[in-house]
Structure formats: C-alpha cells, structure tokens
Design a protein. Structure first.
Length: 246
C-alpha cells in the first residue's frame, strides 16, 4: 500500500478539532479502555520504563504520569507530540515525548520494559513490522499491551480528491482474537491474556448513567457480565497482553 501516511496523520491532527467531537459515551469508552490497559499491566509498570506508542492526544500518557510511572510518549505526528506536552504541562507533568514512526522506532535493542500500543495496529500499513519492532526494543520478559477495535467491519467511501475507496475511519486492518493472537505470536511473543471490553450496552442512556460513576473494579465485573451473557452485542475493544520470550 503506497501512500504518505505521515502526511495523512499530520493533516488529521491539524484539523482534529473540526473532525473529532467526542460524545460523553465515547469518552466513557476511552476512559474504561485506558483503565483496562493499566490493570493489565499491573505491577509490571512499576519496575521500569513504558513506551506509549501512538499516544495521540496523550490521555493515557497523562494517566500513567499521574500514577508516577516512567513514560515515553510517542506519536508519528510532531503536532500531536506538542499537544501531549501541553496537556501534561497543564497538570504539572513533564513527559518525555518523541515524534517517530512505529515501523522504525528510535530505540536500541532490549531497552524498554513495557510497550502499550493502544488502537495503533489497525492504522498501520505493516502491523507485523511494528510488532517486530516492539519485540526488538523490549527487554527479555518485557510486556506488550495491544488494543484494537474488536472484529471491526471497516466501512469505505469514495475519496472526493483521489476518487478511490478510502476507509472512513483511517483503519486499514480488522482484527478478531484469533488474528491478533496469530500476528503477535508470529513476532515471537507469548500471549498471556486476551480480554474484550466495553459492551455497547454501556452507551444506552440508563446503563450509561448507572455505570459511569462506578470505580473500575466494579465496572469491570459488570462489563464482563454483559459480555458473557448478552450475546446479541459485541464488545468494542480487544486487548492482548503478551511477553517477550527470553
């Protein structure tokens, strides 16, 4: 696939305020995804340095910094990097931010303890290459957390400029649990856990009002119950925790 994805994401960020208007329900979904990521990492994060790949607006980076974790925030868009620094500075935080490509990461082999790639792989031209990069820069027994939309049905539209089919969301790949497990294992990782979160019923008005104030551990139990017993809906996010082999 031949296109300038770096220019695409820089243009996207320049216009993000006009494109991205998040509903309260979507903000709730993102918040719960971040909380799930932190819960999956657990004590692994306390022991070393974590790389937040594709940090976007920096919400997860700020959450991790607020919990006193040692975080490197990385995004392909230099403009996003500036915004993450500003967001963190407004909270009295000073993150280490880098503008770089997930397909060519500027780190030496075996230098990081934890990598989080939240909603990244589906955007990449070569997700397998990114996973190989993650494996390269993690220390032995290092932890990888990946999240993607769960079994997404990608919609397309005809681009007004190039007249070609273009994914509406900018997503190039769709992953279910089998496909995500396969590509992660092919990169050399041992999969430790797979988790699906945020049942769509979370966004129904009555349930939304009921679930929003719940602390994460209680919300997680409720969401797990919905995902197990409500079969006509599909969880929004798919997460995988994996470990680099020694």
């Amino acid at each position: 696939m031949n296109f300038d994805y770096k220019a695409y994401y820089e243009a996207l960020e320049e216009n993000i305020d006009h494109i991205l208007v998040l509903s309260a329900q979507t903000k709730h979904a993102l918040s719960r995804r971040y909380e799930t990521i932190i819960s999956l990492i657990g004590d692994d994060l306390q022991k070393g340095k974590v790389l937040d790949v594709g940090s976007a607006q920096g919400y997860l980076t700020v959450m991790l910094l607020s919990k006193k974790y040692d975080v490197i925030s990385l995004d392909i868009s230099p403009l996003r990097v500036i915004k993450v620094k500003d967001r963190a500075a407004n909270r009295g935080l000073n993150p280490n931010c880098i503008a770089a490509d997930a397909l060519d990461l500027p780190f030496v082999n075996g230098s990081l303890d934890v990598i989080v790639a939240g909603e990244v792989l589906e955007h990449l031209t070569e997700p397998e290459k990114a996973l190989n990069e993650f494996y390269r820069i993690l220390k032995p027994k290092g932890i990888l957390i990946v999240t993607v939309p769960n079994d997404e049905k990608i919609s397309y539209q005809v681009c007004i400029h190039c007249h070609k089919l273009t994914p509406s969301s900018g997503h190039l790949h769709s992953f279910d649990d089998k496909k995500l497990t396969r590509v992660v294992e092919q990169a050399g990782f041992n999969v430790l856990r797979i988790k699906k979160v945020f049942n769509p019923l979370n966004s129904f008005p009555f349930i939304y009002k009921l679930f929003v104030p719940l602390p994460y551990p209680i919300w997680n139990i409720a969401d797990t119950f919905l995902n197990k017993f409500i079969k006509f809906t599909k969880p929004r996010f798919l997460l995988i925790k994996a470990e680099k082999a020694t």
